[in-house]
Write a protein that binds this ligand. Structure first.
Ligand code: ATP
Length: 403
């Protein structure tokens, strides 16, 4: 598989471009083709999201790229290789594929699932072990804890992470994802989306993702492909461009009432100022930590592990009840990543009934906090830009209720 490695100051690209050239899919026994005639170019290292109403041909198009569905006509190129005539099994070993709920083999351990394609490719067990450890770390799962687990003993979000690790096992330049986050709860979904963006920045793969959710498409996609029936391209552009200039009445209606919300997905946690946080390790002296926090005007601290990952955020009063900072994991800790949208941050706060969230770097180490008032101020500003007529009543109401 052709995969060029180019580095800019911005990002690394190890992915390959994808080109669909006059691709048609006519299912047997159907009057109309599912995909009429599709031309599409996807740049190496981009994430492209396919959206559109049910039955418009998103999944058919995705599955033609790895030839799980054979095109009736046309050519598909990955890098500069025409893969239309290649051995389909070989092709699929070089394209990662992730489906809803991870699609793991239920009777195989996590390690065995991840090693599936490397074993077919004849890797030795040491190389497979090292790769498995690296990938579990990449998707944020502890190898010692999870390597020997069966999928049924893991949450949906954890299974989905293993699904991504398995798809990346043989380091394919292209990753195809079919509604990968459709079956998880909204907060897990936000975390998985952020993880995918972090992985993408680290590895620079080319990722194609099918989703029903326009907001998810605008969050994940460098470009969004909006299809209508028969795989007809209504618009293929960056999210901001689609929102600013919908190409057709169909796009306008499809984006429709979600447009204001989608505008909010264009603002990321990394674009707004964060508050600094005081961190402490389990076993640190409580008095010393409290003194450090008070000197910086903080009323609470974040307990972190050796990797800087947050475990809990106790108040100084709680810290003061013990001599040493104790080990306690708060499983409802609201955490967002720099790539999270402000909408995600708000949802996360509401789900945890908290007035703020912790912000982490791409790998999960705590870097600061974001309060609800900061997020609301930015959202208010954006709403007044998007709906100038409503500004007065909206901000007056909010200011009034806040005071
Ligand atoms: N195996 C098949 N045999 C016949 N027709 C099919 C087959 N698979 C899909 N179709 C038809 O092709 C069209 C496109 O289906 P496809 O699954 O690609 O759409 P989609 O946009 O992914 O839909 P959804 O969002 O509902 O998953 C639909 O009209 C569908 O009924």
């Amino acid at each position: 598989m052709t995969a060029t490695t180019t580095s800019t100051t911005e990002r690394t690209v190890t992915g390959a471009s994808i080109r669909l050239d006059g691709v048609v899919k006519q299912y047997r026994g159907q009057d109309k083709p599912a995909v009429k005639k599709l031309d599409l170019e996807i740049d190496a290292g981009d994430i492209v999201a396919f959206v559109g109403p049910s039955g418009c041909g998103k999944t058919t198009t995705l599955k033609m790229i790895n030839r799980l569905i054979e095109p009736s006509e046309g050519r598909i190129f990955i890098g500069d290789r025409d893969v239309t005539g290649e051995d389909a099994d070989k092709l699929r070993q070089s394209i990662g594929y992730v489906i809803q709920s991870g699609g793991l083999f239920p009777h195989w351990s996590v390690g065995k699932n991840i090693g599936a394609i490397p074993r077919v490719l004849g890797w030795d067990s040491k190389r497979i072990d090292e790769r498995t450890e690296y990938l579990l770390d990449l998707v944020g799962l502890d190898a010692r804890t999870f390597r020997d687990r069966l999928p049924k003993d893991m949450s949906g979000g954890q299974q989905q992470r293993v699904g991504v690790a398995r798809a990346l096992a043989a380091d394919p330049p292209v990753l195809l994802m079919d509604e990968p986050f459709g079956a998880v709860d909204p907060i897990t979904r936000v975390r998985l989306q952020d993880k995918l963006i972090a992985i993408q920045h680290e590895l620079g793969k080319t990722i194609v993702i099918v989703t029903h959710d326009f907001e998810e498409a605008t969050k994940l996609g460098d470009k969004v492909l909006i299809l209508s029936e028969g795989g007809h391209v209504e618009q293929y552009a960056a999210p901001a461009e689609i929102l600013a200039n919908p190409a057709t009445p169909f796009v306008e209606e499809f984006v429709g009432s979600g447009a204001t919300l989608a505008h909010l997905t264009l603002s990321r946690v990394k674009d707004v100022d964060h508050d600094p946080v005081v961190t402490a390790r389990v076993g640190d002296s409580s008095q010393e930590v409290i003194a450090r926090a008070k000197a910086r005007g903080a009323t609470w601290i974040v307990v972190v592990d050796a990797d800087g990952q947050a475990r809990a955020w106790p108040s100084l009063d709680e810290v003061g009840t013990k001599d040493r900072v104790s080990d306690y994991v708060d499983s409802r800790l609201p955490v967002v990543a720099p790539s999270s949208t402000l909408n995600d941050a708000l949802d996360t706060m509401l789900a945890a009934s908290q007035g703020g969230v912790l912000v982490t770097d791409g790998r999960g180490a705590v870097t600061g906090a974001l309060t609800i008032s900061t997020v609301m101020a930015v959202i208010r500003g954006q709403l007044s830009e998007a709906r100038p007529d409503d500004t007065t009543s909206y901000s007056t109401h909010t200011e009034g209720s806040a005071s």
